[in-house]
Design a protein around this ligand. Structure first.
Ligand code: PHE
Length: 383
């Protein structure tokens, strides 16, 4: 009899938690508001995780100094997923079940966000990815948000740039088939570039972590493209640039935000000069918000903030804004406040979320200049 009632009580508790989301646990507690961050702080995408974490911490340190939220301080708990999708899912589960986080931040890589998101959705813990651009991420459910534009737009931006600005008509594609971001962005680019009158003369594939791209590049060279669209991450991109040069393939590479890392030029060197990629912002943009952020970040870290740091700073700002407006800190209340976000003044632009919880924001195109310096080329607005 005793056992039976204990079991019933437990079942009732579980049901209650399920319904209200674990966010409510945090809301009732005193002490800090715990926020989880899942990031690749080691591995071949380590700069993605470390830069994002810096952006988050700079924001929360400033916020805590101003008194925090609802009189409570923010505590950020970061777990490293080593760049592995399964680890991202495990980290999300641990943050929800053991740390009882009020919200989740991360991941950067779309594939890893796609592994995390079902955990957040099931527990009704709001999740904001600062930089995952693949369309499917926020489609996982109504608790999943992002601070960046999506690849339908990013692919359009690079197709338009290739066609209108560079006046190219023949482009080859080299994509990472194990990366949802790369596959999705390659698809949109091909559709848009073809629609504009261009031709995709070759489509080749690789898998994250490959080190020899010569076979693919040789096939591409045989089709004489005027550029190669390569929407990969920085480590692979650096190696691809070098090997293309070695094969005498002297055309620019075009890519997306996944190139952004201080390691890109360290790996690819001069072979990258003259290539172009789309990104979330430019540190050279005279916008006062950007200049204030860049100056503050430099002062605190001694570094120049890449787009991941800026995007993380904005994602943290969105979360803080929603937590401030929400009547309480339960998962559902924060979710509802996030869903109605309009004209949030972010560093990377004004952020309004559409019905699918995606921001509508401009993108920039950057050129890799001498010594690896990013040169601002253009800013493209959503149509
Ligand atoms: N947009 C990339 C993705 O979805 C991640 C990324 C964003 C990487 C910004 C670098 C800079 O996978």
């Amino acid at each position: 009899m005793r056992l039976r009632s204990t079991v019933l009580l437990l079942a009732a508790l579980v049901a209650c938690q399920k319904q209200q989301g674990s966010g409510l646990v945090g809301a009732d507690a005193k002490g800090p508001i715990v926020i989880g961050h899942v990031a690749s702080t080691t591995g071949t995408e380590a700069t993605f995780g470390t830069s994002s974490d810096r952006g988050f911490r700079i924001f929360f340190d400033e916020l805590n100094a101003k008194g925090g939220i609802k009189g409570r301080q923010i505590k950020l708990v970061t777990l490293d997923d080593q760049g592995k999708p399964e680890e991202a899912a495990t980290a999300a589960t641990r943050l929800i079940a053991s740390d009882h986080v009020t919200a989740l931040l991360g991941e950067v890589a779309s594939t890893r966000s796609l592994w995390m998101a079902p955990k957040a959705q099931m527990a009704h813990v709001p999740m904001i990815s600062p930089s995952s651009t693949n369309e499917k991420v926020t489609a996982v459910g109504d608790y999943i948000f992002r601070a960046c534009f999506i690849d339908a737009f990013q692919g359009f931006v690079m197709a338009k740039f290739a066609h209108e600005t560079l006046k190219l008509s023949k482009v080859a594609i080299l994509k990472d088939v194990r990366n949802d971001y790369s596959v999705g962005l390659a698809k949109v680019f091909a559709e848009q570039f073809t629609k504009m009158g261009g031709t995709i003369v070759a489509t080749e594939s690789f898998s994250q972590g490959d080190v020899d791209f010569k076979a693919q590049l040789t096939n591409i060279k045989a089709k004489s493209p005027e550029a190669i669209f390569e929407p990969g991450y920085y480590t692979d991109t650096g190696l691809i640039a070098r090997q293309a040069k070695e094969l005498g393939l002297a055309v620019p590479l075009l890519g997306g935000d996944g190139w952004d890392s201080e390691k890109l030029y360290e790996i690819g060197g001069a072979a990258l000069e003259g290539s172009y990629f789309s990104n979330h912002y430019s540190v050279d943009d005279p916008s006062p918000r950007i200049q204030a952020f860049v100056a503050h970040y430099k002062q605190v870290t001694g570094l120049v903030p890449d787009s991941l740091a800026a995007q993380a700073y904005d994602a943290a700002g969105m979360l803080a804004d929603a937590m401030t407006r929400a009547p309480d800190l339960s998962g559902p209340s924060i979710r509802d406040a996030l869903a109605t976000m309009k004209n949030f003044a972010g560093v990377t632009g004004d952020i309004s979320l559409d019905a699918n919880r995606n921001p509508v924001k401009p993108a920039v195109v950057l050129k890799i200049g001498k010594g690896g310096k990013y040169e601002f080329v253009t800013r493209i607005q959503p149509e």
